[in-house]
Design a protein around this ligand. Structure first.
Ligand code: ADP
Length: 397
């Protein structure tokens, strides 16, 4: 199960096994920061102390003698020296106690500054470390509280983005397992029911029964094949060999494959392919597969007596292919979801026609992997639909 987002201080507790929480200030950034401040204070104080101890007395003596020594006799000179020495000692004592006070103030400032920066820097880092351990343990809803505008805030945002995409992947994975189980259950239930009926003698072992069983196993096989193709497409593992190919050629191959079925169902198939179209840069087999999938859907969702049309036209640096039909159409609320995995407008009707709801997802992957785009349009239910995709033209810069 995916966890609810919990953003309490409790996550700062070193409760996650292996989390780097056990490290206190002792070996962490906080103590290093504190030590570096102390070092700066110590160097400053030492320099000041040395400067004051060796330079100041000399300068001081020179000034005192300068002021008092001129014009005085031997007596005067020795008195001046005694006075100067006593003033120097007092001065040195005053400087030493001032420096001690300054060192103490520096120490306190260093402690406060390192405490403050530890809170600002180390805590968010620790939070991220704890959150990453929880994510690794399967709690994909884990996030670190956002806020601020410095580099740490950027790091937090990237971390949360990464967590969100992991959570989305996990959600899709679980949804896929659920969908696959659901899709497999229907044909398996039918097969099981017939097998039991045959065993109990309730169902006639007739040719019609075997044909039905055969139909269900074929549907299962198609579903498994589609799933395999889908997983390869989603993992971008379908090898593509793009070469310049004439759009006419793609349309020819795809329509030649399906025209017998159009004739059989009593559907017209029209082609509007102008001469002089630029070649497209595409994997021929995969581009034909895209057209075949769309034509197959037009065939599946258009009642006898209807018509499908393939239109091709050149756009700047790309060629557009449109497969339109006069079939059952699609209501507007379904249009944005058609390319999602297992999405079917009418699941029972689609399933009865052998549809798994994966075809358009694979088709979209194939188009996008070749640098194109795909969209679906329909004026509404019962009014036909048009699926349009583009492929880059071979002359694209
Ligand atoms: P399926 O294998 O079920 O046909 P697709 O991914 O090819 O799966 O299509 C998804 C859904 O989109 C279909 O179940 C159907 O509801 C709808 N759809 C696709 N093509 C058409 C079309 N030409 N006319 C009407 N509905 C269509």
């Amino acid at each position: 199960m995916i966890d609810k987002q919990v953003e309490t201080e409790a996550r700062l507790e070193p409760s996650v096994p292996g989390a780097p929480m056990a490290r206190g200030l002792g070996g962490g950034i906080g103590s290093k920061l504190f030590l570096s401040y102390i070092l700066v204070v110590a160097v400053g104080v030492l320099t000041l102390f040395l400067a004051v101890s060796y330079l100041a007395p000399t300068i001081f003596n020179r000034s005192m003698f300068g002021m008092m020594g001129d014009g005085m006799g031997m007596m005067g000179a020795s008195m001046t020296r005694a006075m100067t020495e006593s003033v120097t000692v007092t001065f040195r004592e005053a400087v030493t106690s001032s420096l001690l006070l300054a060192s103490l103030a520096g120490l306190v400032a260093a402690a406060l500054a390192s405490f403050f920066f530890t809170r600002r820097i180390v805590q968010p880092v620790r939070r991220m470390a704890v959150a990453s351990h929880r994510i690794a343990a399967g709690h994909y809803a884990e996030r670190v509280p956002a806020g601020g505008s410095d580099e740490l805030a950027d790091l937090r945002d990237s971390f949360n983005q990464m967590a969100a995409s992991l959570e989305e992947d996990e959600r899709r994975r679980l949804a896929l397992i659920g969908d696959v189980a659901h899709e497999l259950r229907t044909p398996l239930t039918t097969l099981e029911g017939y097998a039991e009926g045959l065993l109990d003698g309730v169902v006639e072992p007739s040719a019609a029964t075997f044909a039905l069983l055969h139909g269900e196993t074929r549907r299962l096989r198609r579903l498994v094949d589609d799933l395999q193709e889908l997983s390869r497409a989603e993992a971008r593992q379908i090898p593509l060999h793009p070469r310049p190919v004439a759009p006419q050629k793609l349309v020819e191959v795809a329509t030649a494959r399906l025209s017998p079925q159009f004739v059989e169902k009593g559907l017209a198939l029209a082609l509007v392919v102008p001469a002089g179209l630029p070649a497209v840069l595409a994997d021929k087999d995969r581009a034909v597969q895209v057209l075949t999938n769309l034509l197959g859907n037009a065939l599946r969702y258009t009642p006898a007596g209807g018509e499908a049309t393939v239109r091709v036209r050149a756009l700047p640096h790309q060629v557009e292919f449109a497969v339109a039909d006069t079939g059952i159409g699609i209501a507007p609320e379904h249009l944005p979801h058609l390319f999602e995995r297992f999405y079917r407008v009418d699941a029972s009707r689609s399933r009865a026609r052998g549809g798994s709801g994966i075809g358009l997802t694979i088709t979209r992957h194939l188009v996008e992997a070749q640098g194109g785009t795909i969209r679906a349009e329909s004026p509404g239910a019962g009014q036909g639909s048009t699926f349009t995709f583009t492929l880059p033209s071979a002359d694209r810069p």
